[in-house]
Design a protein around this ligand. Structure first.
Ligand code: THU
Length: 133
């Protein structure tokens, strides 16, 4: 799976976003070490705080299916019909990624015309971890 392929998969996953409150729709595609791709979209809630981001939706789908090792995640977001902004993962999602991924985990952001690659180590330096995990 290429970076562009993973980002395209995130844009397709975004079509299922449930975002009646913010109107900001996000899709994520998570590439596991065995090549399987797990997708997620944001799922908002009337209580607002119960909202689940697309990235965490993808991680919970993957973990629930038994996957534990991951190579990369692509994220696509925006308010338009097509992903028109380069959505960057929120702090909570970065911490969830750090639970399962090392600093070299790839985070791919963009839309149909842009693509940028980052590492978890860059986006979440000095992340919290319990010793002995
Ligand atoms: N959101 C995500 O799903 N992922 C991100 O990376 C940033 C924000 C969602 C949460 C909420 O439903 C909407 O985007 C606006 O914050």
């Amino acid at each position: 799976m290429t970076e562009r392929g993973l980002l395209n998969t995130a844009m397709i996953a975004r079509e299922a976003a449930y975002a009646p409150y913010s109107g900001y729709r996000v899709g994520a595609a998570l590439l596991a070490e065995d090549g399987t791709v797990y997708t997620g979209c944001n799922v908002e809630n009337a209580s607002y705080s119960a909202t689940i981001c697309a990235e965490r939706a993808a991680f919970t789908a993957a973990i629930s299916a038994g996957a534990r090792k991951f190579k990369a995640i692509a994220v696509a977001g925006g308010r338009g019909l097509k992903a028109d902004e380069a959505a960057s993962p929120c702090g909570i999602c970065r911490q969830v990624m750090a639970e399962f991924c090392d600093g070299d985990f790839s985070i791919i952001l963009g839309n149909e015309s842009t693509l940028s690659r980052h590492t978890l180590g860059e986006l979440l330096p000095l992340s919290f971890a319990l010793e002995g995990k």
